[in-house]
Design a protein around this ligand. Structure first.
Ligand code: PL3
Ligand code: FE2
Ligand code: FE2
Length: 230
């Protein structure tokens, strides 16, 4: 089924607003956790403190933007659903941070979560209402700079990070496919196809792994980790 066009979507229907209450909450929670994760990373990477605080401030702005998108449609975000949605990834980040595993933290936040966000926002933009489209277009530009922060650091420390990156990828990427399955139905109501989300994610994530220094063969193996079970 091709992507729906924004012009045929009824943004005020109960079906749309019900699905939006969960997707909007996920995005708000994701931006909130991203804010906290970059602040936490300042303790692991004190030399990059100012830059990380800048990223954290952007995440806070993104959160406010998406809260406005929900209000604009008179939708109350289901934050409890969203906290559950991120629980496992959240716990993995917390545990890695407690163990000072900066490579794992960067993989979870700057690669996986940012690529997930970029894919979701890119696919959402053509089917969003006018208000949300403008907000999301501004946000997605910032997300590329967050992804770039992780890429640059991991590229500069590639040989020392490689083994930990592969382990962290194996532990965390399957969670993304599970998360996508959980929102598949709601995303479709918003006009977003799961296949398009998977494809865009694989492109962003594969490119990121290539920029860091992985070979094409390694990228193929890593970026499909856990996908067959999804
Ligand atoms: C980090 O800057 C942002 C983290 C947000 C993560 C969002 C993941 C969204 C996945 C849900 C798929 C539907 C997207 C809807 C777009 C508004
Ligand atoms: Fe963000
Ligand atoms: Fe971000």
């Amino acid at each position: 089924m091709p992507q729906l066009e924004a012009s045929v979507i009824d943004f005020q229907s109960e079906t749309y607003k019900d699905a939006y209450s969960r997707i909007n909450a996920i995005v708000i929670e994701g931006e909130q956790e991203a804010n906290e994760n970059y602040i936490r990373l300042t303790e692991l990477l004190p030399d990059s403190k100012e830059q990380l605080l800048g990223l954290a401030r952007m995440e806070n702005r993104h959160k406010k933007g998406f809260e406005a998108c929900g209000r604009n449609l008179s939708v109350a975000p289901d934050m409890e659903f969203a906290r559950q949605f991120f629980a496992q990834l959240h716990q993995n980040f917390q545990q890695a941070a407690a163990e000072n595993k900066v490579v794992t933290c960067l993989l979870i936040q700057s690669l996986i979560i940012e690529c997930f966000a970029i894919a979701a926002y890119n696919i959402y933009i053509p089917v969003a209402d006018d208000f949300a489209r403008k907000i999301t277009e501004g946000v997605v530009k910032d997300e590329y700079t967050h992804l770039n922060f992780g890429e640059e650091w991991l590229k500069a420390n590639f040989e020392a990070s490689k083994a930990e990156l592969e382990t962290a990828n194996r532990q965390n990427l399957p969670l993304v496919w599970q998360m996508l399955n959980q929102v598949e139905t709601d995303a479709e109501i918003l006009g977003m196809e799961k296949e398009a989300l998977v494809e865009d994610f694989m492109i962003q994530y594969g490119e990121a792994l290539g920029n860091i220094g992985f070979s094409t063969r390694e990228i193929m193996r890593m970026s499909a980790m856990g996908l067959s079970a999804a």
